[in-house]
Design a protein around this ligand. Structure first.
Ligand code: DP6
Length: 398
């Protein structure tokens, strides 16, 4: 292919992560620096992932562009996307300055194409996987030598939670203390292989209206919640240490208790904000009640709920308790889509006798689909490109 029309491409997939210690609050909105550290489990990409191709060519003209799920996105007015692109370009420029034989990719227009393997309607936060995939794909296109940890600093500027999706397994985002944010990065606490038995059942609630977006909601909390300072300064640092130890020791009961406590603490500071922010609804509370019932029946903590900025429940449990946890939900919601696939294979319906009838009816009426998944690995480089050799965007079906 001739020099000027060559299309340079790199593709990656990146996972979703669900926090067990929540990030909620920024100490610097421009740099996207958090008020507290957080910790998440990276979920398997078989169920949830973003696939992104980054491409550039002298034959591309005009501004950088992004197509997400076949629709063009306005990235020119997105400060966060621009911050990521600027940072990645400057790293490429440094390489080009050191080695004159390298093609000047930093000067070329970027064409980025992205697609999610899960329905947008599911209301699952896709910004984490989205920005992680964007940063990883461009870093690969530019052949940057930076480690995932170093790249996490860039993804963080796109969306805070995205920095945790650059790694697999159990990942901490260290809040850091420096003003320039150079120590606010993600770090692997344990790889997936350390505790591969972790499962996650996601109950997707059929929400009629969208709640307060997280970026705006967390600032309301920082500015108005009287409880938030104790969470930021005392509660979370203590819990981070405790849950990291629990992960190292594969102590599920401690992991489960802290996960539930921290989700509740996050929703408590939301409610304590002014105007108050409500993310949980009756369906969420019925899911909490079902988790509590399963734990009571087992006589120990075998499952844990956690909720992000919306009503969907994520329930963590270990593979050995599939029947007592996921099996119960399968009995309640047998006809919903999602009871298939790799992590769903062993899930057989289990009787749900002690679940009170009100919780049961609320769950049946309010959940539209389930996703059966588990802990997974970090971004993967793939050869399936969403931009063809001539630079044409490949339409994604499904
Ligand atoms: C409740 O990462 O979406 O999911 O940095 O403003 O893009 P921005 O926020 P975002 O917030 C995620 C909040 C959360 C908790 C978490 O994932 O830790």
């Amino acid at each position: 292919m001739s020099g000027s029309s060559q299309v340079y491409r790199a593709s990656t997939t990146a996972p979703v992560n669900i926090a067990v210690i929540k990030y909620w609050g920024k100490r610097d909105t421009a740099l996207n620096l958090p008020t507290n550290s957080s910790l998440s489990v990276t979920l398997s990409q078989k169920s949830l992932r973003t696939h992104t191709t980054a491409s550039c060519s002298e034959s591309f003209s005009g501004p950088d562009s992004l197509i997400l799920n076949n629709e063009p996105e306005d990235i020119q007015s997105s400060k966060r996307t621009q911050a990521c692109l600027k940072h990645l370009r400057s790293l490429r420029e440094q390489l080009e300055a050191k080695d004159a034989s390298l093609p000047k990719l930093s000067k070329l227009t970027l064409r980025i194409v992205s697609s999610n393997n899960f329905p947008t309607a599911a209301g699952l936060a896709s910004s984490a996987a989205g920005f992680a995939a964007l940063v990883r794909a461009i870093a690969d296109l530019y052949e940057l030598p930076q480690t995932p940890q170093e790249l996490s600093l860039i993804a963080r500027q796109g969306s805070g939670s995205a920095c945790r999706s650059l790694m697999g397994g159990y990942v901490a985002w260290r809040a850091g203390t420096k003003e320039d944010g150079s120590d606010s990065i993600a770090e692997e606490v344990a790889p997936m292989s350390h505790w591969p038995e972790m499962r996650a059942l996601i109950l997707v609630v059929s929400a009629e209206k969208k709640g307060v977006p997280s970026t705006a909601g967390m600032q309301t909390t920082v500015e108005t919640s009287t409880l938030a300072p104790a969470r930021f300064n005392e509660i979370v640092p203590k819990r981070m240490a405790e849950i990291e130890k629990a992960i190292q020791e594969k102590d599920f009961e401690t992991f489960a208790r802290i996960t539930m406590q921290d989700s509740n603490s996050f929703h408590a500071i939301c409610l304590d904000s002014w105007p108050p922010i409500h993310y949980l609804n009756d369906v969420s509370r019925a899911a909490m009640s079902a988790v509590e019932t399963a734990n009571r029946k087992a006589g120990k903590l075998i499952c844990a709920y956690t909720f992000d900025a919306g009503p969907n429940a994520v329930i963590y449990y270990l593979a050995e308790h599939t029947h007592e946890v996921a099996g119960v939900f399968r009995s309640v919601l047998p006809r919903l889509p999602g009871w298939e696939g790799e992590f769903a294979e062993q899930i057989r319906p289990n009787e749900y006798g002690s679940l009170d009838s009100k919780a049961l009816m609320t769950l049946k009426a309010g959940i539209s689909r389930v996703i059966c998944t588990g802990v997974g690995g970090g971004p993967e480089k793939i050869e399936k490109h969403l931009v063809d050799e001539s630079g044409k965007v490949v339409r994604v079906e499904g």
